[in-house]
Design a protein around this ligand. Structure first.
Ligand SMILES: NC(=O)c1ccc[n+]([C@@H]2O[C@H](COP(=O)([O-])OP(=O)(O)OC[C@H]3O[C@@H](n4cnc5c(N)ncnc54)[C@H](OP(=O)(O)O)[C@@H]3O)[C@@H](O)[C@H]2O)c1
Length: 265
């Protein structure tokens, strides 16, 4: 593959966790990368590693997706006609442990900006540019939490799922494939950053990050609008859609009360 024909993927939060695994999997597939997150030093370090190991071009953009000017500037980069983005992965995000009744408004506003507004604005910019070119892809990282009711995080990830499904309708037949990824539990910095202890969870519920990313990319390539990697999680999400909502609320209540006690995820 020559440099001129290499596709480019832009990944938000591509320095650690799921975003880093996407970046690595795409570098292996010969994609050039654009990585965007807040951590300048982390971005430079990961970029150097990918250039050295995989010989791909890596552009880094220091951005805080909760800052409107940063988001709009990143959207401009996404929509650029001269340096096209072939695959956008809206991955950046963080967990929320707080109650709805004890609302930290700044934290929740940041969560809505980073996990709802940013994927919406960037997907819209990417969708327009890709539609004009007649090809491209968008993967929005939602969560299996979207099918339960664990407070604002579930509501936010449910937004990502529904927004992505809506986008897939608008882009039908344009050559642009759109997928909402709904991971179950994945061992990254996510739980620790949110102050969520997950030590009592059995091993089988954890999805290895490389397995998650490989299946997500396969599902996106197949044109699946919803991707729920691994059989146990796919079964769980399917079941959650079939059982009465009061059952879902009961399961969510158990999860939330174990979180409050700090005994579980
Ligand atoms: N891990 C799980 O079990 C799990 C399950 C379901 C869904 N998810 C979703 O998967 C996505 C990735 O999570 P992860 O597990 O990989 O978590 P992680 O290891 O904590 O990584 C989160 C990434 O998001 C970036 N980020 C956070 N706030 C940002 C901001 N304001 N501006 C720009 N970048 C920001 C972080 O970069 P900086 O801090 O350097 O900015 C980091 O690269 C999230 O959307 C999460 O909700 C995770």
């Amino acid at each position: 593959m020559t440099q001129a024909t290499r596709p480019t993927a832009l990944i938000t939060g591509g320095t650690v966790g799921i975003g880093h695994a996407f970046a690595e999997a795409l570098a292996v597939r010969g994609y050039d990368l654009v990585l965007a997150s807040r951590d300048e030093a982390g971005l430079q370090q990961v970029a150097e590693q990918f250039r050295d190991v995989y010989g791909v071009n890596v552009e880094v953009i220091r951005t805080d997706l909760a800052v409107r000017a940063d988001l709009l500037s990143l959207a401009e980069r996404v929509e650029s006609a001269h340096r096209p983005i072939d695959l956008l992965i809206n991955n950046a995000g963080f967990g929320l442990k707080t109650d709805l009744l004890e609302l930290d408004i700044d934290l929740h506003a940041r969560a809505l900006d980073v996990m709802c507004l940013a994927p919406l604005v960037l997907s819209s910019a990417a969708g327009r540019a890709m539609k004009r070119r007649g090809h491209g892809g968008i993967i929005n990282v939602a969560s299996s939490s979207a099918v339960i009711t664990t407070g604002d995080y579930s509501a936010i990830k449910s937004y990502v799922q529904i927004m992505t499904e809506g986008l897939s309708i608008e882009l039908e037949g344009t050559g642009v494939k759109v997928t909402a990824l709904m991971p179950g539990w994945v061992k990254t910095e996510f739980h620790q950053r949110a102050g969520i202890t997950a030590h009592r969870l059995p091993d089988f519920v954890w999805i290895p990050v490389d397995t998650l990313v490989a299946q997500a990319l396969a599902d996106w390539e197949e044109g699946k609008v919803l991707s729920v990697p691994t059989k146990p999680w796919s079964f769980a999400v399917h079941l959650a859609r079939l059982v009465p909502r009061r059952t879902i609320r009961w399961v969510s209540k158990q999860l939330m009360s174990s979180r409050k006690k700090g005994t579980d995820a």
